[in-house]
Design a protein around this ligand. Structure first.
Ligand code: FE2
Length: 242
């Protein structure tokens, strides 16, 4: 269950043991992806064609991931909540509808800016993206607090792990690579070691090399050193094969 936060402290009393958290890791990824992209849009030089293309490509990719994230939450998490407490996901489900509208509007602004790169259009896009990011931060907080409380009251950890595995099965390889690129740098060293340690045990070596190659460029030397030690990988560049 690579994306679920199950970093329990076994020595603690059972009542205080952390529950399976379906939201925390993917939301860390989204927060980093959103803030990084927002900053890039804010400092964009609309006269630099390469920078414009790269920045808008990142923004398109963020918006597409936001769309699939909403779909996964609706299909798997809200369905689980509604199955045992009808109506309990209504507020957040309504916000998802608003988010999908906002995503479509932002995509239209991106297309317009790509076709006619002008400074005022870039500033307008920056403001609208900032508002979208702000709304999503509030939204994710509600999910991590009130939705988690609901899920924990309705489902055992074993059932939550099953839901999480169903979500993972619906993520295609390209989306998985994109999520890992943003999730791993957004995590604490202990979370990275747990996530990638699980993957190291489950994936063939070649696939694991691909994961390491995806995330290594986005970790600084200190973070990489800690992860490499946790995974028993060589620290030196180019030796990430075992
Ligand atoms: Fe959501």
């Amino acid at each position: 269950m690579p994306f679920a936060d199950s970093s329990a402290a076994p020595a603690k009393a059972a009542a205080a043991a952390p529950r399976i958290d379906l939201y925390s890791s993917i939301h860390k990824a989204l927060r980093l992806f959103m803030t990084d992209t927002l900053v890039r849009v804010g400092r964009l030089d609309t006269g630099d064609a390469d920078e414009l293309a790269a920045t808008l490509a990142q923004l398109r990719s963020l918006l597409e991931l936001c769309r699939t994230h909403v779909a996964h939450e609706n299909e798997f998490v809200h369905a689980a909540i509604e199955a045992r407490r009808p109506g309990a996901s209504q507020r957040i489900a309504a916000e998802h509808v608003e988010h999908l509208d906002a995503i479509a509007a932002l995509e239209a602004e991106v297309a317009a800016l790509a076709a006619l790169p002008r400074e005022p259009a870039a500033q307008r896009l920056y403001r609208h993206l900032a508002r979208f990011v702000g709304e999503n931060f509030e939204h994710m907080h509600v999910e991590e607090s009130s939705h988690n409380a609901t899920l924990w009251s309705l489902y055992s950890d074993a059932e939550l792990v099953e839901i999480h595995q169903r979500i993972l099965a619906a993520v295609d390889p390209a989306e998985m690579g994109l999520v890992l690129r943003w999730m791993v740098p957004a995590m604490s060293p202990a979370e990275r070691a747990e996530l990638l340690g699980d993957m190291q045990r489950q994936l063939p070596p070649e696939a694991m090399r691909g994961v390491i190659d995806t995330v290594r460029p986005h970790l600084n030397d200190s973070a990489w050193g800690k992860l490499a030690r946790a995974l028993n990988l060589p620290i030196a560049p180019g030796l990430t094969t075992r």
